[in-house]
Design a protein around this ligand. Structure first.
Ligand code: NAD
Length: 264
């Protein structure tokens, strides 16, 4: 299939929904072969595979059910991508979860799970994919971090710690790969209209006794100056730019797509 990513293979973690699915579809429309990953109801996974597959010109996109909290499954997913699709030229570490709670009540298992899925999985996926990228002399690693990788909010200790870790990991890997044709960058979205973020609106409305509309603008988007959701297509476009033909000198950056959040 023609397109600026023809001949490239992309692996996007957490791509059965939200930001990951939009990035996967964008790359597929540009001609890449894309392997999907993530959880969800069988129907939702089938729909994601069909949508991205249609852009690739096949019935269904390749899919790995690997659990990003399990290092052995992450390694196996990367190896499968290389064996079945001929490489892993673009790795997008996107899978992520959230839990909101004061630290005194924050469940230990939620802390461990968020650090494992949002941060440690990136380490294992990069470690497995990098040798092949270096051998080809070209590779693009994109870590989907967050505005919470650059600034903090209360009640999100695990998420903020993990995402700050992702930005640090990104910088360190970028320095290691600087002369290899590989780049490593982070995208730092503000609040994006996806199931992960939308799930935070109702509890805020209940907590403050206001409508969901007011909870969105006054509380969830309190620090997002546009007072509007970022859309998944806007993140996908940033991810497209970072793998484009003139992106080789962008390395170790944390690209904010946040409506001005961290400009304050
Ligand atoms: P989402 O809930 O729509 O998608 C998350 C994806 O991760 C899904 O495909 C899910 O199945 C997958 N996933 C979860 N646990 C997994 C596991 N153990 N193994 C494999 N896959 C797993 O969420 P989203 O908003 O699209 O989030 C995607 C990324 O963007 C996350 O890293 C998130 O932290 C980040 N982010 C989101 C926002 C936002 O406002 N939505 C803002 C900043 C950063």
């Amino acid at each position: 299939m023609a397109g600026s990513l023809a001949g490239r293979v992309a692996l996007v973690t957490g791509s059965t929904s939200g930001i990951g699915l939009a990035i996967a579809a964008r790359y597929a429309r540009e001609g890449a072969k894309v392997m999907l990953n993530g959880f969800g109801k069988p129907d939702d996974i089938a729909r994601a595979r069909a949508e991205v597959g249609a852009a690739m010109g096949v019935a269904e996109a390749p899919y790995s059910p690997a659990d990003m909290s399990k290092p052995a499954e992450i390694r196996e997913m990367v190896q499968r991508c290389i064996a079945e699709l001929g490489g892993c030229d673009i790795l997008v570490d996107n899978a992520g979860i959230q839990h909101v709670s004061p630290i005194e009540d924050f469940p230990d298992e939620q802390w461990d799970r968020i650090i494992a899925i949002n941060l440690v999985s990136n380490f294992h996926a990069i470690k497995a994919a990098l040798p092949g990228m270096k051998a080809k002399g070209w590779g693009r690693i994109i870590n989907v971090a967050s505005a919470h990788g650059l600034v903090a909010s209360p009640f999100k200790t695990a998420y903020v710690a993990a995402k700050h870790g992702v930005v640090g990991l990104t910088k360190s890997v970028a320095l290691e790969v600087a002369r290899t044709g590989v780049t490593c960058n982070a995208i730092c979205p503000g609040f994006v209209r996806t199931p992960l973020a939308e799930a935070q609106v109702k509890p805020l409305a209940e907590k403050h006794g206001v409508s969901e509309e007011k909870a969105l603008t006054d509380y969830l988007l309190e620090r997002q100056p546009t007072k509007k959701w970022v859309e998944v297509e806007e993140i996908a476009e940033a991810a497209m730019f970072l793998v484009g033909p003139n992106s080789g000198s962008i390395n170790g950056s944390a690209l904010s797509v946040d409506g001005g959040w961290i400009a304050q």
